[in-house]
Write a protein that binds this ligand. Sequence first.
Ligand SMILES: [Zn+2]
Length: 139
Amino acid sequence: MEKGFQLGDFTVFQDSKTGRVGISDCDGNIIVPAEFNTKEEIGQPYELLVLGEIENVPIDEREELLVEDLGIETVRVCDNCGKVMHEGYTLGGEHACCDECAIALYKDKDGNVYPNAEELFQTDLDENDEECYWTSWEG
Ligand SMILES: [Zn+2]
C-alpha cells in the first residue's frame, strides 16, 4: 500500500470561465481556489502540493504549515503516514487517511499499537461518533 504524499495527488486546474488557476486533488475537489494567473503565482502551495516539496517537511509539522501558515483549510494531514488529504478520519484531535492508518494511531505511550486496536477503532466509530467519524474538510 502506498504511504504518504504521492506526486499526482494534487494538480493545477484552470477555471474555464475566468482562465485563472488553482489546485485540485485527484478526485477533482478544489483545494486552492482558482484566483491566480499562473501556477507560479500560487507560490508555496503549488511547490508543496503539486511539486511534492511537502515530502521534505516533517510529518508533524505539515498540518500547521498548510492549514495555519498558508490558510489551506481544505486539507488535513494523516498523523500516521503524513498524507495530505481532503477527506479522512477525525479521531478526537487526530486525523487518519484510511482504516489502516486509523488503527495504527491506537497505541500506548511507548508507541506500541494495542492488540485490540481494530476493535477499539470500530467501537469509537460506532459509539463515539461525535469525535470519531469520516469527513471532508471545506475551506
Ligand atoms: Zn495515512
